[in-house]
Design a protein around this ligand. Structure first.
Ligand SMILES: NC(=O)c1ccc[n+]([C@@H]2O[C@H](COP(=O)([O-])OP(=O)(O)OC[C@H]3O[C@@H](n4cnc5c(N)ncnc54)[C@H](O)[C@@H]3O)[C@@H](O)[C@H]2O)c1
Length: 315
């Protein structure tokens, strides 16, 4: 069966890289639904975007008309910290609208559904008890999808760690005007010689560590799995998307400062109790092993360096 792909959030960070990979590989523009609440118009050239909300009933009509069989569902708000402050906003966009969108796909041509979840739902290899609204709704949508999955509506959950990086040639990259993301924030503060805020656990005296994956590797595995979903026998499968190494926020700042040859200054801030110091992701299969895919970007220096051309262009 030929893949007829819809990407929701196709003008966002991961969506634009994935649409670009699909276009390069298949010479076809994927269909995208993105209301541009957070996306970037410059990504328009990689997909055919309908500027609609995922909860809009017109989405169902488009899916039927275009005979879509595969959906990569990325549209959501993406910030753990923002979700703690704006609970209602996350309840609405990351839960209620998501359910409406999924329900609108029932009894259509869609047979393969890929949901972008997050490894932030874990703490010490268990589902978090005191999860942020962001993580809680990701888990709830996963559970809902598991319940409705069938041989006619196969569901694949991709749990990403922290996605960073840009196209090395500076064609596209990380840009989000609505939330503060670690690498662009550090970059701008270094250039402006401003203090960087580093979250820190005063009690344990440690900086939090995170796992980082490069957006090009994410786009590559997204593409591979989109093109191979039809071969997967299971009606519901969870795959984790993460690298081997973890890095503290301090390491990220130091590495970027070395690349830019600009001295860093920082202040410390107590990390929220809802956030992990160092997450453990043992449950679930790693997609890199599953697909026998070797990530192109393995070390932090390489990932951060990939941003420079792009950041010079936009900042
Ligand atoms: N970036 C990461 O590090 C990361 C990590 C784990 C999981 N994820 C998940 O991957 C997905 C994509 O993340 P991203 O970094 O590309 O985010 P992004 O904000 O760059 O892209 C999301 C896109 O979805 C659109 N959108 C949001 N709500 C919408 C709605 N109701 N209707 C239509 N469009 C809507 C936005 O305009 C935006 O273009 C998200 O679901 C996110 O939770 C991302």
């Amino acid at each position: 069966m030929r893949t007829k792909l819809l990407i929701t959030g196709g003008l966002g960070y991961i969506g634009s890289f994935t649409a670009r990979s699909f276009l390069k590989n298949k010479s076809i523009k994927a269909l995208s639904i993105d209301n541009l609440s957070r996306g970037n118009n410059f990504a328009n050239k990689f997909s055919n975007n309908y500027k609609l909300d995922i909860s809009d009933n017109r989405v169902r009509k488009i899916v039927i008309k275009k005979n879509i069989n595969t959906v990569l569902h990325l549209a959501a708000y993406t910030c753990v910290r923002e979700s703690e402050k704006k609970k209602q906003k996350y309840l609405n966009n990351n839960f209620k609208k998501q359910i409406k969108f999924i329900d609108n796909l029932k009894n259509t041509s869609v047979k393969y559904f890929i949901f972008s979840s997050s490894l932030s739902i874990f703490e010490k290899n268990k589902f978090k008890k005191n999860a942020s609204p962001y993580s809680k709704y990701k888990l709830k949508i996963e559970e809902y999808l598991k319940k409705i999955s069938s041989n006619d509506f196969k569901v694949l959950i991709l749990r990403y760690s922290n996605v960073i990086g840009s196209d090395q040639n500076g064609e596209i990259g990380e840009k989000n005007n609505y939330i503060s993301r670690i690498v662009p924030s550090f970059y701008k503060n270094l250039l402006d010689k401003k203090k960087n805020t580093l979250f820190f656990d005063y009690k344990k005296k440690i900086f939090p560590s995170r796992n980082y994956i490069h957006v090009l590797d994410v786009a590559n595995v997204n593409l591979k799995i989109i093109l191979n979903h039809q071969k997967i026998k299971k009606k519901f499968l969870v795959l984790n998307v993460y690298n081997v190494n973890f890095h503290s926020n301090f390491e990220v700042l130091k590495t970027l400062s070395k690349i830019l040859k600009i001295k860093y200054i920082f202040k410390l801030k107590q990390i929220s109790k809802l956030e992990s110091i160092k997450p453990v992701y043992k449950s679930g299969k790693n997609i890199f092993k599953y697909l026998k895919y070797k990530p192109k970007f393995k070390n932090l220096n390489q990932m951060l360096k990939s941003n420079i051309k792009w950041f010079k262009k936009i900042y």
